[in-house]
Design a protein around this ligand. Structure first.
Ligand code: AMP
Ligand code: ZN
Length: 136
């Protein structure tokens, strides 16, 4: 992907603070970290997001993200959030698949989502829809 900034980072055409690399995966520091050490773990090959990736590659990125998370805990983080934003409406801004590995501390003021309540039978209904979508 010619214009993709993360492809350029993998190729060394744009600078990055690399923390990990193997045959398929590359990991580097996010330029706007939730906390110092916030890392992006990406497949070297261009995929738009998780829905575009073969399962095997999803596994490779997840294993590398866990390695990085373990390393971040070892240097002092108290917890780690691991997550991916898939699609514009889910907050994806860079359309080369990436997994965020975010160091956390009890007093870091980073807030996660607030859960809503289900209305009536909505919980059962949506569970049934997802079950059917998984097994059409
Ligand atoms: P997302 O919203 O999941 O697409 O997140 C994209 C992330 O990429 C953001 O957290 C940005 O701070 C980060 N980012 C964008 N450009 C760069 C770059 N050149 N080097 C490192 N991180 C970047
Ligand atoms: Zn790319």
């Amino acid at each position: 992907m010619e214009s993709c900034i993360f492809c350029k980072i993998v190729k060394g055409e744009l600078p990055s603070s690399k923390v990990y690399e193997d045959v398929d995966v590359f990991a580097f520091l996010d330029i706007k970290p939730v906390n110092p050490g916030h890392t992006l773990v990406i497949p070297k090959k261009h995929y738009v997001n998780v829905h575009d990736m073969p399962d095997e590659m999803v596994g490779k990125v997840a294993i590398a993200a866990k390695k990085v998370a373990d390393a971040i805990l070892k240097i002092g983080a108290k917890g780690v959030n691991i997550g991916t934003n898939n699609g514009k409406d889910a907050g994806q801004v860079v359309f080369h698949a990436h997994t965020h590995v975010m160091p956390r501390y009890g007093n870091d003021k980073f807030s996660l989502w607030v859960g809503k309540e289900y209305d009536g039978d909505e919980r059962q209904e949506v569970a049934e829809k997802i079950r059917q979508s998984l097994n059409p």
